[in-house]
Design a protein around this ligand. Sequence first.
Ligand code: DGJ
Length: 741
Amino acid sequence: MAIYINEEPKEFHLQTDVSSYIFKVMKNNQLGQLYYGKKIRHRPSFSHLFQSRFRSNVVNVFPDDTTFSLGTQMQEYPAYGTGDFRYPAYAIRQENGSRITQFEFKSYRVIEGKPKLEGLPSTYVASDDEAMTLDILLSDDRLHIDLHLVYTVFEKYNVITRNAKFVNHGSEAVDLPVALSASVDLPDDDFVMMQLSGSWARERHLYERKLQPGVQSISSTRTASSAQQNPFIALRRPDTNENLGSVYGFSLVYSGNFLAQVEVDDYHISRVTMGINPFDFNWRLSPGDGFQTPEVVMVFSDRGLTGMSQTYQTLYRERLASGTWRDRERPVLINNWEGTYFDFNEEKIVTMARQAKELGAELFVLDDGWFGERDDDTTSLGDWFVDKRKLPNGLAGLSKRIRELGLDLGLWFEPEMISEKSRLYQQHPDWVIHVPGRRMSPGRNQYVLDFSRQEVVDYLYERMASAIEEASLSYIKWDMNRHITESYSAALSAEHQQELGHRYILGVYRLYEKLTSHYPNVLFESCASGGGRFDPGLLHYAPQTWTSDDTDAVERLKIQFGTSFVYPLSAIGAHVSAVPNHQASRVTPLSTRAAVAYFGVFGYELDVTSMTAEEKQAVRRQIAFFKANRRVIQFGDFYRIESPYEKDGNVTSWMVVSKDKKEALAARYQVLARPNPAIDRIRFKGLDPDKLYQLDGSDGRFYGDELMNAGLILDDLVSQDRPSEKSLDFASRLFKLTAVE
Ligand code: DGJ
């Protein structure tokens, strides 16, 4: 059973196979948090876990009880202004200017399965027996506003999700300047906070800090989850590592401005809050209206960081990503962007496609530059009509030729954007997010369309649907290359202006929802100048994301390693590109570039026609290798072995193991060669200790227990595809293990 309820005292115990989450109705009828952590047995009362004590320096709730203060209680969804001086989970500004509320417990409902979140992406169940949902109703009787705190327990996945919903049944309009998704108070602060931060071309690097008294947070104000911060934090115990120890993960299923914050109070309680960033946010809640927050996915693991990551990876692969492509093997693609940039025509594309097909590619993706008059990045966004100068036979003509080669066709769009030099701009200048009369700030020579407006979303749907049909597209790369400035919508009245950021993201979700439901066979890959919007929200619609514009094999180690803390390999778009690398100018061996890209959704991003015969031969082998292993890569369990963030970062290794543990693929990468090196070993993970494994390319057969404990002694790392080369810089080695008994 996933949800236990003690009726008297009123307590709720949410239990997964691994964790327990317990809270109660306190004597003021608000909710108090009792416990979150490793699973504990249920009992008729958990009153003894309620922390209350006399303190002389606090504000109390009742005159006759000096032990009960909201300022020291652990709570579920704390309010502002009634004795708790920590940051609240919500705030409601009323007509008379008051921000004081009193939400009291009214009732609860247990639902089999998991209801959908209106207008927002979320995790889901395939059948109602996969999860149970607890919907707690609290009301403010003066305002007649209901607050639903909704908890879903995925017992087997070991996940608890939370969201909140406000419904205004009263007669006055109120403002919601803060409406977070969840707040969790943990009773101590002995934690290290982990976050995935970066910038363009170096997304989702791992950073850690010991919690300190006060507020520590990450956030986005860019109306995109952003490359700078990913909507995820984890709190690990100081001695927790990959394999051992406990860690709490908090991941927000949202693609816009977010806040993830931990406030350590004066009694060392750690308050974790997560949701839409209150910065420049306000939601006007009129009578009859509701406001739904995005959901937070919470994971407690006592199997170290690997346990947390595998929980997220499995849930996100199986019950967040949706649609027909969720369980289908992803095609090996070739993308022309770095191969041609804007300089291509039909003949060039078909020649590239033909040669790529000969090497084994399955999908050709035509990137930016096929529409309007887009010869560089200064024009045409919004004019999603084929450029007949480059493609004289239209999308249909190109598609026919690509398909005759036996390849599928994919196309690039940047639907949310508009160039000033475009027909669309001339027709609908008011569709651009800007403040009338003020300067507009350009970014990559472009501006952002007002996706809060349904007619804008409808226009983009019509354009994209028409391209899908005309070109029989089987794939769309949905890019987004600048953030919103001069936030203002011509379609919103003054009191709704601070809703624009959220309404914009809801518009993006509406377009994704409509396209993916009308064209279920089209595979979407989301992208935002690389991995600038790599978040669980978009993963719901687009099961893969372009991880980073940085395709340098060395840089990718940190990016993909960091990304793997939350996201499955099936979401991590990873391509082999040409050298010198276009972002880092580094020259790495082709074999290493492939050995890194195998651990994701594999493809190429280069001009195959300019490769040597020897290189093409290597590519042919690589594609065949990936195809032979992609099931285990896409659906297996991922393990990090050696971290690029530890020691001197010179060595990284990781592996993936099939669910039945009969197959595994590991890789070890060395950035720079070192003189007179120690004799290294790789200690594999996740194997069946009792199975005998054959190591590909050797006569060696080893039991799982020895491979995981004694490890495998390594020769000097020499890239397999270039045994004649002397340099051991940027070397890599793959280990394919197959169970033989
Ligand atoms: C940014 C993307 O990340 C690239 O892959 C490419 O699609 C360009 N935009 C095209 O403008």
